[in-house]
Design a protein around this ligand. Structure first.
Ligand SMILES: NC(=O)c1ccc[n+]([C@@H]2O[C@H](COP(=O)([O-])OP(=O)(O)OC[C@H]3O[C@@H](n4cnc5c(N)ncnc54)[C@H](OP(=O)(O)O)[C@@H]3O)[C@@H](O)[C@H]2O)c1
Length: 370
């Protein structure tokens, strides 16, 4: 039996009303052509595996918590580092107070907005001789879209890109450097459809682009936006997700033995992601997206998608990007692999191999702690 992740709070989405309307027709058509609801079926290819050791960031809420509940229910050992120990402990408490589970939860502290915290966390894994079969780089934040001033991480990065990209880049680098991975570890990176300006979500508001990387090239950690533009919180989130896709592909290229994939869970208004948006708009938008236009996904769909890519024996793709059409939650767990499968990345990604490589080089330089 798998636990249901708790819905933390109703939060706003950056997906605008126009997007809801434009995607509603497609969702309605899809619901007419629907397959039977298989929500109680199992995710293909993840049951009956030998116990694995998994690390996941962003497990304290949303799709990360749902994925952890699945991992632990399947008997795996899951490392759940959070910004502080209370948050990490609370994951364990919530899971094991609900039911007896065959797996194990290992708590820890890894604040992705602080390079020193990430280093200390990697040191702690090293001293425990951990070998990770799977790593899920899932944590993420989205700043309030009316924010005028960029918040900064401990070492001065713009916070959104600092946490969502640079924090994970640092963590992954240390996992490799300290030999904390197995020969064939799987790495799953939670990106988003908004990395693509031609996607339904990516078309709304500011568009993702890293431009010519001139902000990062000339100002390093001090830049407000990677492309050198003025701070734009909506774009900063979308840019950070574009960085996730570039990072996943370059990580795969440099480490052919690993299996690296990124994915979009779709629009899930009820996670904690948009806690910094206007609460009234969030509530209205949640009802519209989820109940009226049915373009939103459930938290369990997003968590299941993460678990599927991280563990399923059916996944054969290296360096892929996965996603589904809006409103695919209704297909249920057995639809991973059919309704949720390899998807197209943005034009900037497909045409940006040099940019991808340069982003890696700059990231490598900027995450060094002096
Ligand atoms: N929800 C959507 O519509 C949607 C769509 C596409 C992609 N995504 C992606 O899905 C991933 C998970 O998001 P979610 O929707 O499940 O939202 P969520 O409930 O807010 O989860 C985000 C997680 O990231 C953690 N986090 C934030 N800043 C951190 C930091 N400095 N150090 C360590 N952990 C930190 C949060 O921890 P705290 O509890 O400490 O805040 C939380 O556990 C994100 O990467 C997001 O970009 C979401």
């Amino acid at each position: 039996m798998r636990l249901q992740a708790s819905s933390i709070s109703l939060q706003a989405s950056q997906m605008g009303r126009r997007e809801v309307v434009s995607t509603a027709a497609a969702a309605t058509l899809a619901s007419i052509l629907t397959v039977p609801n298989l929500a109680d079926a199992e995710i293909p290819g993840i049951a009956g595996q030998s116990p694995k050791t998994i690390l996941i960031t962003g497990a304290s809420s949303g799709i990360g918590f749902d994925a952890v509940s699945r991992f632990v229910s399947l008997g795996h050992t899951v490392h759940v580092p959070c910004r502080n120990l209370e948050k990490s402990n609370s994951i364990k408490d919530r899971l094991f107070s609900m039911s007896e589970l065959p797996g194990t939860c290992v708590t820890g502290v890894c604040d992705l907005s602080d390079l020193n915290s990430i280093q200390q966390y990697a040191n702690s894994l090293k001293s425990s001789n951990v070998k990770l079969d799977a790593v899920c780089l899932n944590a993420g934040l989205a700043p309030g879209i009316s924010n005028k001033i960029a918040r900064r991480t401990k070492q001065g990065f713009e916070e959104t890109v600092g946490v969502n990209h640079f924090g994970h880049f640092k963590l992954m680098g240390l996992l490799k450097q300290e030999s904390l991975l197995t020969q064939n570890s799987r790495v799953t990176i939670t990106a988003s459809g908004v990395h693509d300006p031609d996607s339904p979500g990516g078309q709304q508001g500011s568009k993702a682009t890293l431009g010519d990387l001139s902000g990062l090239e000339s100002q390093g950690r001090d830049c407000e936006m990677i492309d050198g533009g003025a701070y734009d919180p909506d774009k900063a989130y979308k840019d950070s997700k574009l960085c996730n896709v570039f990072f996943a592909r370059e990580l795969q290229k440099r480490n052919p033995n690993l299996m690296v994939n990124s994915f979009t869970p779709g629009l899930i208004v009820s996670t904690g992601l948009f806690r910094d948006q206007n609460p009234l708009f969030t509530k209205v938008f949640d009802v519209l997206a989820t109940n009226v236009f049915k373009v939103g996904e459930s938290v369990t769909w997003g968590g299941g998608a993460l678990a599927y890519i991280a563990l399923s024996d059916d996944i054969k793709t290296f360096g892929g990007y996965y996603g589904s059409k809006p409103g695919s939650s209704k297909f249920g767990d057995s639809a991973y692999g059919s309704a949720f499968s390899v998807d197209a990345v943005s034009k900037e990604v497909t045409e940006g191999e040099k940019k991808q490589q340069r982003l890696w080089e700059l990231s490598e330089k900027l995450i060094q702690i002096s």
